[in-house]
Design a protein around this ligand. Structure first.
Ligand code: RUQ
Ligand code: CUA
Length: 664
């Protein structure tokens, strides 16, 4: 096997960059689609610096120079010297500002990458409204601190973090219905659901047979399934057997039930899987995949000039399930969807393998549902597949109906509902707008379909247009989620924020317009937007929603109840500005279950419960009840205090935990 590791002795920064560039050039040179030529403007404008687009990542070697000019940039937007604030005041510039007291038009849900959270952002203001913890505990909201949420985390892996990439919203009739949002955990093969009434994670599933759950999609139009896309190939079961027999290593495509969050079926495939989307009619789900070579290193994974877009025929899969043509593995029905599988040999294959240029990444279906696209990553093209053709062609390759050349490093594509695709191109640091029908009519590798390119700063991953994943995109705003911010913000140490850029796309005649930069905590991958009219979040809890699971503790029902020789149940109610008990006594060594209800019915009035030296931290919203269990090991007096500044007497909102020595 060829040596693919970097030269261990190279430490000179320039040499490291050169080596990276050479390897990238090698990989790109083997793509059988030609790389864009000299007709493209290769220069990327950076104030005080000129970089060749192809060499853009070399900018890492000159960050000192960029940093040195950061204080006098003053011209981040255009030649007219306007900055983003000035630009919004020009009458012909789309106004993204939302005055004090007014609301944004859209909710945006951002994945938080390895912060394991989802962030809620108002669009177009780009103000972050709140963060919803999903795979990691969060002190601010008490998630993962109370019994219920900490047990949910513990039972689904008990790992320190999750890597959340792709938020997807529940749909009814092809439109967002405001019920749920799902998000994957790439690091641990999990899928989580957020209840959009309470904006809280209410379920996590640890998916069997999957190590890295990457892509995420719901089956349009009515959310019949939620899909988790297993990326890494691992032995199944992964218990030390078959470590070297890579034929017994799998990537699987998983379908979960949206309500029960239980796995319904899995399809194991040839090669691996990456990102996903679904057709609009309910029949098809799609996933890109790189590493058709089933290699274990980068050189092997990028060896062949073709990979596959995989088209999963849901009807055929359900028929095969009904016919019992599955194997039960770790409690899950697994269908063999590999290329040579007997389930793929007849006239009704469960997976069609559509050849596309090597290592495709983004997988995106057009709003009306006619085409699915695979964005090239290592090819400068986007491959367009006609979904209806999948049924009529004998060779899936013939379902490819277009392949516009958009630029270097295409990653993801989104839609404006007016017939345009917008593709992020990572290496070129641009968002490229192209015309879908022109692309279908044009020759492959034509640049004719390209309508416009806009520079972004820098190296975009996902792009998302507002409601771009519905059948009826709003078409006014687009966000480019850029991985690197470099010179855009005050330097804050070596770990920089990413840069989300808001771009107005509502004026086809006037062109795309960069409106603002938004620094973001690492590392969002993807986002999804929904018009505010389609969500109806609660402002207080409805206690009926947890009746039978947890008590609603009023002042009259509060107190200490001994439940065993070494266990007590402490019940408290809370309101401004007191807990119902000014103290509660337990004995050394007791297991203490503490149940606290916030009896207020007024929105915004949250009470917290913190107990020093016990790690206890609850946040209780109006009409909510939270429970936590701990052991009172150390005799002494501990002040219990409210953590949310709830009233003028908030500091006085206290109680005392008294742990009496057991020998007394
Ligand atoms: S995938 S950009 Cu999960 Cu592109 Cu991150
Ligand atoms: Cu209740 Cu502060």
């Amino acid at each position: 096997m060829a040596d693919t590791t970097l030269d261990a002795d190279v430490t000179d920064p320039e040499a490291v960059v050169d080596e990276y560039e050479e390897k990238l050039d090698d990989v790109l040179a083997t793509v059988d689609d030609p790389v864009p030529g000299v007709d493209d403007d290769p220069r990327l404008e950076l104030a005080g610096l000129e970089l060749d687009r192809r060499d853009f990542l070399k900018a890492g070697a000159v960050t000192g120079a960029v940093g040195a000019t950061a204080g006098c940039l003053g011209n981040p937007l255009g030649d007219d010297g306007s900055n983003s604030a000035g630009a919004t005041q020009q009458s012909d510039t789309p106004d993204h500002s939302v005055p004090p007291g007014e609301h944004d038009q859209y909710y945006g849900f951002w994945s938080g990458g390895h912060s394991g959270e989802v962030r809620v952002v108002g669009v177009p203001s780009m103000r972050e409204l709140i963060r919803i913890p999903v795979f990691e505990p969060d002190g601010a909201t008490g998630f993962g601190h109370d019994d219920e949420t900490s047990e949910m985390l513990a039972e689904t892996g008990d790992v320190a973090f999750g890597d959340a990439h792709h938020p997807v919203l529940s749909e009814s009739g092809g439109d967002y219905d405001g019920r749920y949002l799902w998000i994957n955990d790439k690091a641990n093969g999990r899928m989580a659901r957020i209840d959009l009434t309470y904006f809280e994670t209410d379920a996590i599933t640890d998916i069997p047979n999957v190590q890295a759950c990457h892509g995420c999609a719901v089956q349009s139009p009515d959310t019949k399934y939620v899909y988790g896309v297993g990326e890494f190939r691992t032995p199944v079961p992964n218990d030390g057997t078959n470590v070297d027999d890579t034929d017994k290593h799998w990537s699987t495509f998983t379908a979960l039930d949206p309500e029960s969050m239980e796995v319904q079926w899995q399809v194991r495939v040839s090669g691996n899987l990456d990102n996903a989307d679904t057709g609009k009619s309910g029949r098809w789900a799609f996933a890109t995949g790189y590493n058709k070579e089933e290699a274990l290193d980068i050189q092997g994974m990028t060896h062949d000039d073709r990979d596959y877009l995989k088209a999963f025929d849901v009807d055929a899969i359900e028929s095969a399930l009904q016919a019992g043509r599955y194997e039960e593995v770790n409690g899950v029905k697994v269908l063999d969807g590999r290329k040579e599988s007997s389930l793929n040999s007849g006239s009704n294959p469960i997976v069609r393998y559509v050849p596309v240029p090597k290592s495709p990444h983004g997988c995106d279906v057009t709003p009306e549902g006619q085409y699915v696209t695979a964005s090239g990553k290592l090819s400068p093209t986007v491959t367009i597949v006609d979904i209806d053709e999948l049924d009529s062609v004998s060779d899936p390759a013939n379902a490819v109906v277009g392949q516009p050349k958009v630029g270097l490093g295409p990653l993801h594509t989104t839609w404006d509902g007016r017939g345009h695709g917008y593709t992020s191109v990572f290496i070129d640091s641009q968002v490229v707008k192209w015309d879908v029908e022109t692309a279908v009519e044009a020759e492959k590798n034509s640049t004719d379909p390209v309508v416009e390119k806009i520079d972004v700063h820098y190296n975009p991953g996902h792009v998302q247009a507002v409601e771009g994943e519905t059948t009826d995109p709003a078409g006014d705003w687009l966000v480019s989620l850029n991985k690197l911010s470099k010179d855009r913000f005050l330097p804050v140490g070596p770990i920089h924020p990413d840069n989300d850029q808001l771009i107005h796309i509502g004026d086809d005649g006037g062109g795309m317009e960069l409106v603002m930069d938004e620094p973001v905590h690492p590392e969002p991958h993807d986002c999804v937007f929904v018009d505010r009219a389609k969500l109806d979040p609660a402002t207080t809890w409805n206690k009926e929603d947890y009746a039978g699971e947890k008590p609603f503790v009023t002042a009259g029902k509060s107190g200490v109840e001994r439940t065993g020789e070494e266990s007590v149940h402490v019940k408290l109610s809370s309101k401004r500005s007191e807990f119902s008990e000014s103290e509660f006594r337990v004995r050394e060594g007791d297991e203490v279950t503490l149940t606290v209800t916030n009896i207020e019915g007024v929105r915004d009035i949250i009470h917290g419960v913190a107990i020093p030296q016990h790690g206890i931290n609850l946040a209780i919203a109006p009409q909510d009840t939270r429970q936590v269990t701990f052991t009172a090991d150390d005799p002494g007096v501990y002040w219990v205090y409210c953590t949310y500044f709830c009233s003028a007497l908030h500091l006085e909102m206290r109680s005392r935990l008294i742990v009496e020595p057991r020998d007394n």
